[in-house]
Design a protein around this ligand. Sequence first.
Ligand code: 1QQ
Length: 375
Amino acid sequence: AQFTALSSLVLLSACGGAQSSGEKDANGAGKVTADIGVISYISGPGAAYGEAITNGLKLANEEINKKGEVEINLVIEDSAGKQDQALTAAQKLMNSKNVTAIIGPTLSTEMNVVGPEADLNGVPIMGTSTTAEGIPQIGEYVFRNSLPEALAIPASIDKAIEKYDAKKVAILYGNDDVFTKSGFDTMKKAAEEKGLEILTIETFQKGQSDYNAQLTKIKSLKPDLILASALYNEGAVIMDQARKMGIDVPFVGGNGFNSPEVIKIAGDAANGLIVATPWYGDKDDQKVQDFVKKYEEKYGKKPDQFAAQAYDALYILAEALKNAGDADRDAVRDALAETKDFQGILGSFSFDKDGDVVMEPTVLVIDEGKFTVFE
Ligand code: 1QQ
């Protein structure tokens, strides 16, 4: 009896939800309206990541609201790439009853502290650029639509081995950041699995400006490749100093290097950088070209991977809101988890059972100051 009563209750509430959101009348009544919190790295040394992300979100937001099926109001908070600031922003957003879900934060280091809180509070949260191992496994409310290092790095290393017949590598990584550490773990594992000889493992910290000691050692060991796990600021300076010291071997980097800032900071020294990405702006695809055109018109520059991932993320969330028929946090979490074969500018997208990404990367190389497909 209890079971029957419970099932009719579930049935009733399901009907209620569907009714309140049913077909729209001429005034658009019944459409789902929601506040979506955004935690983004928009000030400080890595602000170009967050700037691209918020640009991508704002563009998607305009388009989605114009279509009129759902109405999203973005509530944007700056984390400055810091754990404590990201957590404060998350608490503020979670305490607002109107916030259905959160997009961000930008860094895995931030998500590592924010994700468990959101999960505990039952607020769906989706990273658009968090690529470290284990992010979606934080809990059932935690998602990402970013290509994890575990998929990106092995693809880049494979290409580099194939292209340069590489046998010996040096690894350099930031040991004070969740993403750079996780990228290192993946690089080491991939190098071992592929039978590469690891000549040395060197470390650095955020904000470091002099890599002479690490690079001198690496140079003396004559690697065929350098595997570097870094965010763009440190990564670009490392490449610049390496080239100035006469180290001309290719670099393989993780997602942190997938920013045009690398080329802006390092100039010609960035040539020979190999990365894997789910985003390629020159792709012969109408959806991709429309996005690139609109983005350029609005912001006066080409979108990067971070803008593209954020753009798709808001569409994925809008789809979940539509399918949930309601701005309720639990309903949206469930609808989000069901995302399957979503066709975005990054291609076809699905979550696996953990809320992690199923996606194919493209390997790029910086050649003559430009990211190009590494054939
Ligand atoms: C992470 C990343 C960074 C490169 C985000 C900008 O992938 O922290 O997970």
